[in-house]
Design a protein. Structure first.
Lengths: 134, 208
C-alpha cells in the first residue's frame, strides 16, 4: 500500500458523503410548511400580511403549548397572536404587542388548538408565526 | 473487496446525512430560530437605563416556571434573573433579562413580549392581553419604560386622554372592555418624544 493507493481507498467514503449530501438536500425540496425546525417548533405565516388582518393558521394534531407572532423587520410594528380551541372554537388566547408577542400561560394542556398570528398595524408587514408543541 | 466498498460508502452517506444534512435542513427552514443560551447576566448598558435591572433578581423561584418562557427561548431569556415590577391587584409585572435585551410579562399571565436593548430604552416594549387567563370583560396592558419615563399619557378609545404613573420601570393595569381603554402611550424617553401602540387593537372587537 503506497501513497498512490490512498485516493482509491477513500473513494467509496467520498462517494458516500456526496450521496448523503444529495439525500439531505433532497429532503428539503418541496417540504411543506409548517415545518419543524426541531421536534417541537413549527413556523408558519412568514409572509406579508395586510393591515389589521390575521394570517394563515397552524393546526396541530397535538395541543400547542405556546404561540408567538414576530415582526422580523426594522422599526416598531404591533403584531398579534391568537389561539382557538379546535373542538369548540373558543378563543383561549389573544395578545398583541410591539415586535413580538407570546401566549404566555394562556394555553393549557388539553384538546388540540388552532394558532394564528396577525398584523396589528396600518401598513402591510411580514409576520412570522411560531407554535410550540410538546 | 466489493462489500468493503459498499460498507465504506454507506458509512460516508450516514455521516453526511447526519452531520451535514441536519445543518442544511435547519438552514432551509429559515434559520430564523436558532438556539440561544439563556443570558447569565443583565446587559450592562440596559442596566444603566432601568433601575429595576440594578436590583437583585427575585428570590421567588415560582416566577421561573410561571412565565412559560419556552416560546421565547431564542431570545436567550433567563427566568432565573426575573425582577418584579409594578403590581395591579393580584398580578405583578415581571421584567426578565434576555441576551438581546429584556422580556416583559406578569406573574399570572406569563411572558407577553420581548425587546432588544434599543427597543427597551425607547420604551416600546409594550403589549396587551385581550383574551386568556383573565376575565373575558377585561384587557391587561403592560409596558416597560426606562428610568426617565415617570408617566405616560394614554389616548383612550373614546378619544379622551389619561395619565398613568410608571412604577419600578413598569406599567400594568387591567381595564374594563366596556369602558374607554388605552390605545396609544405617549411619553419622552432619552429626550425624544415617543408614541406607541399599547397593543389593544384599534380595529375590530375585543370580545373573546
Amino acid at each position: 500500500m503506497g501513497p498512490a493507493s490512498a485516493p482509491r481507498r477513500f473513494g467509496p467514503i467520498v462517494t458516500g458523503v456526496v450521496l448523503g449530501l444529495v439525500i439531505a438536500l433532497g429532503a428539503t425540496v418541496g417540504q411543506p410548511r409548517p415545518t419543524p425546525a426541531h421536534a417541537m417548533d413549527f413556523f408558519y405565516c412568514m409572509h406579508l400580511v395586510p393591515p389589521f388582518t390575521a394570517c394563515d393558521q397552524f393546526v396541530g394534531s397535538i395541543p400547542a403549548q405556546g404561540n408567538r407572532a414576530t415582526y422580523p423587520g426594522s422599526g416598531t410594528v404591533s403584531v398579534c397572536e391568537k389561539v382557538l380551541r379546535a373542538n369548540d372554537g373558543t378563543q383561549i388566547s389573544r395578545r398583541c404587542a410591539n415586535t413580538t408577542v407570546a401566549s404566555g400561560t394562556d394555553l393549557p394542556n388539553g384538546p388540540a388548538n388552532n394558532c394564528f398570528v396577525g398584523n396589528n398595524d396600518n401598513g402591510q408587514h411580514t409576520v412570522n408565526g411560531k407554535a410550540v408543541t410538546a | 473487496m466489493r462489500s468493503k466498498t459498499i460498507a465504506a460508502s454507506m458509512l460516508g452517506a450516514a455521516f453526511a446525512t447526519a452531520v451535514i444534512g441536519t445543518t442544511v435542513i435547519n438552514a432551509a427552514v429559515g434559520g430564523s430560530d436558532t438556539t440561544v443560551q439563556p443570558t447569565e447576566q443583565v446587559n450592562p448598558q440596559l442596566a444603566t437605563h432601568f433601575a429595576i435591572l440594578r436590583k437583585p433578581a427575585s428570590s421567588d423561584t415560582s416566577l421561573q416556571s410561571a412565565q412559560s418562557a419556552e416560546v421565547m427561548a431564542d431570545t436567550g431569556v433567563n427566568p432565573s434573573l426575573t425582577r418584579t415590577g409594578a403590581r395591579a391587584g393580584s398580578d405583578l409585572a415581571l421584567v426578565t433579562p434576555s441576551q438581546k435585551g429584556l422580556c416583559l410579562g406578569s406573574k399570572e399571565l406569563g411572558i407577553l413580549t420581548c425587546g432588544d436593548s434599543a427597543e427597551a430604552i425607547s420604551g416600546t416594549v409594550v403589549g396587551a392581553i385581550i383574551c386568556g387567563r383573565l376575565p373575558v370583560d377585561q384587557v391587561e396592558v403592560l409596558g416597560a419604560f426606562p428610568d426617565d419615563v415617570k408617566q405616560v399619557e394614554a389616548e383612550l378609545s373614546d378619544g379622551t386622554t389619561a395619565t398613568y404613573p410608571i412604577n419600578d420601570n413598569t406599567f400594568v393595569q387591567q381595564f374594563d372592555k366596556s369602558r374607554p381603554v388605552p390605545l396609544y402611550f405617549s411619553f419622552t424617553a432619552g429626550g425624544a418624544p415617543q408614541r406607541t401602540r399599547t397593543g389593544v387593537p384599534t380595529e375590530g372587537s375585543l370580545a373573546c
